[in-house]
Each structure stands twice: as C-alpha cells, then as structure tokens.
Design a protein around this ligand. Structure first.
Ligand code: AQP
Length: 342
C-alpha cells in the first residue's frame, strides 16, 4: 500500500524553491494517494527560533499548504510536536543509527559551520528524527527537493538496520521478515533544485541573509517583480535551446523557473525567448510569477487572519496522525522488548 509523507520546516521565508520543489508535488500526489503532510516544528528548533515567531511560522506553513491546494480534510495536515510518536521513535532510532552516519551528512556540515562542537545535539540527530517522521507512518514514498536526497538514504539505512538488528523479534511478534518499508524518495516535478537569484551556484534558501536571493510565497506583486528585475544574469542573450544554458547557471535557473511555473519544458520556453535579452525575458517572467504565486500569497494572508481556524486544522490532523502512528509505535516497543501499558 502506498502512503505519502513529507514535511516542511517552519523556519520562515517560505520560498519558490519550497513551493516548486516540494509543495506543488504534495498537491499533485494527493489525487491518487493517502497523504500525510507535516509542519516539522521539532526540526526547526535544531537551530534557534524566537518562540513567538516560531508559532507564527507554524501557522504560515500550514496556510501555505492549504493555499496551494492541499485538502486537510481528505489528507492529514498537522505539526510534528503534537504527535509524540515522532520523538519516541526518534530516540529508538538514535540508538539504531551510528554517529559516523550523522557526521557524514552535508546539511549538518553546512549548518554547523566551522564550530561543530557548538552546534546543537539536535542538529546532528536531525536525520534520525526525520526517519522517525517517515517511519512512524510506515510511509512508502517521500516527495522532497534534491537537497534532501542524502537524508532519505539515511532513512532507508535506519529502516534496514532496524529490520536486520531485530529480525528475530520482528518475526516472533508476527510481523514477518521486515517491520519498516524501505522508503522511496520522490524527487520529481518541474524544479527539484531552484537556485538563489543572487548566485546561481547556491540553492534558494530560507536562511540566505539576502531577501533578494529568493521569492517568498508571502511576497506581493511589487516585491516579486523587483526581485526578478534585480536577479543576477550574464550579458548574453538567451540561447535557442536548453543545451545552450550549460555553463550559464543564472540563465538556466531563470529559464527553469519560467518552465516550472508555466508547465512548459526549457526548450519550449527558449523557442519563445531564444535570442532575446534578459531585459525582455525578465518582465515576462515577473508577470508569470505574479500570476501564479499572487493567488497563493493572497489566500495565505486570508487564512493567516484567522489563527484559530489554522490551529483547529492542525489539532484535527494531529489526532488523525496519532491514530495512525500509535499502533505502529506500539509494535516497535514490543519488538525492542519494552513493557508498555496495554
Ligand atoms: N531551492 C530549492 N529547490 C527545490 N526544493 C527545495 N527545497 C528547499 N529548498 C529548495 C525543498 O523544500 C522542502 C522543505 O524544505 P525544509 O524547509 O524542510 O528544509 P530546507 O531544505 O532546509 O529548506 P531551505 O529553504 O533551504 O531552508 P534553510 O535555509 O534553513 O536550509 C524540502 O523537500 C526541500 O527539499
């Protein structure tokens, strides 16, 4: 049985990369699948979050999910900290995973920077909590952007090691020869890696200090247009086909964004704009971006005006998530040999 799980951190500045790399795919997958979409607030605090701002950002990600078209009645939308199975399973996975596995994660190296001794222990254990998020629901497929590939491989390693270490107990408890599925990453869709508007070699990121590096979902039409106008480019006109974008990361990124937003291929876009200057292409891209993102931002603002309604969506989703995860976690406790209240 297919079950989809994915999460987004409420760390502010939800941007076009999060939207095209993840949220658009969440919406597409909900047509034919059972989906669980989580606002991962426990992941967010692996780096410092100002408390009142964190609360606001949890609501903002929820609003973005709903504004983008996720149906919180048919599917499960909730924030991670309301379902204790995530934390409970993460502890068990902390004891399955190896420190060496965590030390190899590029996201940890990037975020911890030079002063690794001073990073939170949670930042190192981040992928173990992520494995728990996914496996608490025995999810089979996880839609994510390209940057999360390594963490998903680690989720597979943890599932595999748990299945191996506890093979005898898994069988003895009547669960057959494997308890956890080996989850498949779903890295597809129109744009799995959107780059910064200021530097074509860096991914668009919430934590980039320059707001001009990204288009935020909450940006109004003027801000979107201005950021695209100021986006870094080279001096050449656009090539006639996608092949000609090689070695031109900024041009490639802008054409890629146009293609993703319009549902065309890069070759299609260049059939229309090939030979033209960025001074002609950028206003067309700005119009398209405002056209596609404007309604999402507007709906987010409308939803954010009623925090009580958003909190009710999260509470309802959390109750349904808990009902799925609880028996799965009970099985894990039995397999590990814990005694639990029955
Ligand atoms: N630039 C991107 N292009 C495509 N997909 C992206 N994602 C993130 N950036 C891009 C995808 O968005 C989903 C949610 O991301 P997240 O909030 O859980 O974590 P992140 O990858 O750490 O996001 P950011 O924006 O890059 O934040 P910071 O600056 O804190 O690192 C994920 O599926 C991710 O792949």
């Amino acid at each position: 049985k297919t079950r989809i799980f994915s999460g987004v951190q409420p760390t502010g500045n939800l941007h076009l990369g999060n939207y095209l790399g993840a949220i658009v795919n969440f919406v597409a997958l909900q047509e034919a699948n059972e989906c669980i979409y989580c606002v991962v607030d426990m992941h967010a605090i692996t780096v410092w979050q100002e408390p009142a701002e964190l609360t606001r950002q949890i609501r903002e990600v929820t609003a973005a999910f709903v504004a983008a078209g996720i149906d919180p009645v048919k599917h499960v939308v909730f924030n991670q900290s309301q379902v204790s199975a995530h934390a409970e399973l993460a502890w068990i996975f902390n004891c399955v995973a190896r420190i060496g596995w965590m030390n190899r994660m590029t996201q940890f190296k990037d975020k911890a920077g030079k002063d690794k001794e001073n990073a939170s222990l949670g930042l190192l254990a981040y992928p173990s909590l992520m494995a728990a998020d996914i496996l608490a629901y025995q999810a089979t497929h996880v839609p994510v952007g390209e940057d999360q590939k390594q963490h998903l491989e680690l989720t597979r390693d943890i599932a595999q090691k748990f299945n191996n270490d506890y093979a005898e107990s898994i069988a003895a408890h009547g669960f057959g020869d494997a308890y956890f599925p080996i989850t498949e990453p779903v890295i597809t869709g129109p744009a799995t890696r959107i780059m910064s508007l200021r530097d074509g070699s860096k991914k668009m990121s919430k934590s980039d200090p320059s707001d001009y590096s990204r288009i935020n979902l909450a940006d109004d039409a003027d801000a979107i247009a201005q950021k695209i106008r100021k986006a870094k480019t080279d001096a050449e006109p656009l090539p006639g086909e996608a092949e000609g974008l090689k070695g031109r990361p900024e041009a490639d990124n802008l054409v890629g964004i146009y293609a993703a937003l319009s549902g065309l291929t890069k070759d299609d876009v260049l059939r229309e704009f090939g030979g033209q200057q960025f001074s002609a292409f950028k206003p067309a891209l700005a119009d398209l971006a405002v056209d596609k993102l404007g309604p999402v931002g507007g709906e987010m603002r409308r939803l954010m005006a009623d925090p009580g309604h958003i909190d009710a969506i999260l509470a309802d989703g959390a109750a349904r998530a808990d009902a799925i995860a609880r028996p799965i976690l009970d099985g894990v406790k039995d397999i590990v040999g814990f005694i639990r209240r029955k």
